[in-house]
Design a protein around this ligand. Structure first.
Ligand SMILES: [Zn+2]
Length: 161
């Protein structure tokens, strides 16, 4: 019995009648195999060694777009990370928040930004934010982040009572 190297289906080949160089197709997965040797039958997937690494092709492959990253943590005044706080980011030369996101369960947030020299202002919007204790938080000082190129900048947003 000769089995498909791809899917293990019985290819139903008569080992005494098959010739070297013959091409057999698997009825199950559709792969084509060339008979390399007989007795025992050895199969090689057709076209496998035609797949050569083409250097041009590699250059054409899409590269991940570069970006800058602000990675931050929101802290309460006692130094605990805070979940679910709305974080806003704007370019220093613009008035409105351009990005808005929320801190995750470990108080962290990450925002991708375009590559290039720019200053960004990051602040917490605690309007409507409720602590389980009922205490009201105040937004802490805004944080200015300077980005030069495509680097990652780590910051902390410290809230006040
Ligand atoms: Zn198969």
């Amino acid at each position: 019995m000769v089995y498909c190297p791809e899917c293990e289906t019985d290819l139903d080949i008569d080992e005494d009648e098959v010739d070297e160089g013959a091409v057999v197709s698997c009825p199950e997965c559709g792969a084509d195999f060339e008979v390399i040797t007989v007795n025992p039958v050895e199969l090689k997937k057709v076209g496998e060694d035609e797949v050569e690494e083409d250097e041009d092709e590699e250059d054409d492959r899409e590269k991940p777009k570069p970006y800058a990253l602000i990675f931050g943590t929101v802290w309460d005044p006692d130094g605990h990370p805070l979940y679910g706080v709305k974080v806003k980011i704007r370019r220093a030369d613009e008035k409105r928040a351009h990005w808005e996101l929320y801190s995750n369960h470990t108080g962290e947030f990450a925002q991708r930004l375009p590559v290039g020299k720019a200053d960004y202002i990051v602040w917490a919007d605690v309007k409507g934010y409720k602590l389980p204790s009922g205490r009201q938080l105040k937004p802490g000082p805004e944080v200015t982040v300077h980005i030069d190129d495509d680097e990652r900048s780590d910051i902390g947003l410290h809230l006040d009572w």
